[in-house]
Design a protein around this ligand. Sequence first.
Ligand code: PLP
Length: 406
Amino acid sequence: MKRNDRSRHFRTMLAHAGRPPRSEHGFVNAPLHRGSTVLFPSVAMREAYRGKALDQALVYGAQGGPTHHALEDVVAAIEGGTRSQIVSTGVAAVTTALFAYLRSGDHCLMPDGVYGPTRRFCETIARDMGIETTYYRPGLDASGVERLMTPRTRVIFAESPASHTMEMQDVSMLAGVAHGHGARLILDNTWGLHFFQPFEHGVDCSVQAATKYIAGHSDVMLGAITVATDADWERVRRAALVLGHYASPDDCWLALRGARTLAIRLETHMRSGLAVAAWLRDRPEIAAVLHPGLPGAPGHDLWRRDFTGACGLFTVAFGASFGPAEVDAFADALELFGIGASWGGFESLVLPTSASITRTAGALPHPGVLCRFHVGLEDPLDLIADLEQALARISSATRSAGHEGA
Ligand SMILES: *Cc1c(COP(=O)(O)O)cnc(C)c1O
């Protein structure tokens, strides 16, 4: 069932994967097919197709059409899997993957730094269905993870690095523990994208918020679930169909357009992100930069071992002079960084995050106030100048407030 040619390089694959067959009138791009009903020339022909939903046969709109399947081929190639299922959002990709592998009475392990809505699913619908979740410290070693495994543990989940606190997990180690207990390893690979090849590290099922870099232009919501084996495909595809997942083909078409430039965008996000992170590291207001791709930063050794690159998302911890109010004022003072959720678009973002993070298995990675940055495609010199003016403005306000108080 190997559908993607992995002999070519990333950029070449992005330019050629999921392109239409010759039957599409010769146009370069995949066509946009909208549709609910699919017509058949005879009842017998329809019957012959009906049992083939797992094979992406075109039977009914809800099972996806040519535009979906073109994007699915591209996403599977990006992650080095064999097949991918597109769903409406990244959150839907996470929950569908969990529904695919977990049943009532099962137990799963989640990293304590996991994306908030993933934790919310575990604490609401999953818990109500009798699925129990234990949160593990992201840095836990193999024997620590082993101790959390129970005979009912069916899934270990990883998100490496965690998208707010940037804590790395040793995915290969987690795969070894999971498989030793007959469990599956699901990874939220939104940060790692192509830079972390999940199936080379024992991951069974990889989820992506395609909303982020794959779409890349802050104008689309989409999720993807990618697998490497027929057995995993059957579970995931069945869960998505039974739950009634669907994504707009218009959005898939936009994501396909975005994916063609993914490699060159990522190169710039990485380079500019590292430049901005290194500049922040040397600022007196900043106590720590949490960017796994930055030498000396937490998780850098694991990143060097397993990743071939980094995206533009990282977090900083402010020093004691910047409390929550000063960090909020700093974010407000920035002119080029938008304040808002999500990331992976062409534009830079900032988000003070400490207040919205829940931890139950240990402390946050740093005692300082955390603030997350997405470094976009602007010139990094302008971004650094903007950071400098905002830091200077808040530092001087803090100093004069200190004098008044003294
Ligand atoms: C944004 C995000 C998601 C959810 O994606 P949406 O498309 O916004 O639903 C899931 N996981 C991670 C790590 C994310 O950053």
